[in-house]
Write a protein that binds this ligand. Structure first.
Ligand code: FE
Length: 183
């Protein structure tokens, strides 16, 4: 198994077992469900991988001098994307980096969106900056990856179901290898 696969698997099997703050599933189950939803939607491998790894920033070991992630921070998007850039290109790291922005974006442009958000997710919205200003909307839409980030966000929001079985990590090994050919 490549170093990348080993490291991702170890994070999901270890710290991924923690309860996802305010939700009824663990972080790992949430991430695996998101990837399963992406695959069921017929998404390309890079989007399946982005969905799988979008919350990796919640389960990374804390950097020196940094407090451990409590699930309440609003930096897990950038931390996750930075960590993933060791192996993956922007088609994976950018939707991860933008998945919190995508939530703020959808709250602003899609009035129905707020009704699909979990309570915990509505609560964190405020800490994450709330709805976007017109300038922020233009900035977000200016990213070539904003559509991918919105797609990942919608799977993210759906992937919090304690009654939905989570696919096994092994089902995504081939997709991970395909989008990180050097790993
Ligand atoms: Fe998530």
């Amino acid at each position: 198994m490549s170093e990348m696969l080993q490291e991702v698997r170890a994070l999901l099997d270890g710290p991924g077992g923690r309860q996802y703050l305010g939700e009824q599933v663990s972080v790992a189950v949430h991430m695996l469900q998101a990837a399963g939803l992406a695959r069921a939607a017929g998404a390309a491998d890079h989007l399946v991988v982005a969905a799988l790894l979008h919350d990796v920033g919640h389960i990374l070991p804390p950097a020196p001098g940094e407090a451990p992630d409590t699930g309440a921070d609003d930096r897990h998007d950038a931390r996750g994307a930075g960590w993933l850039s060791r192996w993956f290109g922007p088609e994976v790291t950018e939707p991860v980096r933008l998945h919190v922005a995508a939530k703020r974006y959808l709250c602003t442009v899609d009035p129905r969106y707020l009704t699909v958000l979990s309570e915990a997710s509505v609560e964190s919205l405020r800490r994450q900056g709330g709805p976007m200003s017109p300038a922020e909307i233009a900035g977000f839409e200016g990213s070539p990856h904003h559509g991918a980030a919105v797609a990942v966000r919608r799977w993210d929001d759906e992937a919090k179901d304690p009654d939905r079985p989570a696919p096994d990590f092994s089902q995504f090994a081939a997709a991970l290898r395909a989008v990180a050919p050097g790993a």
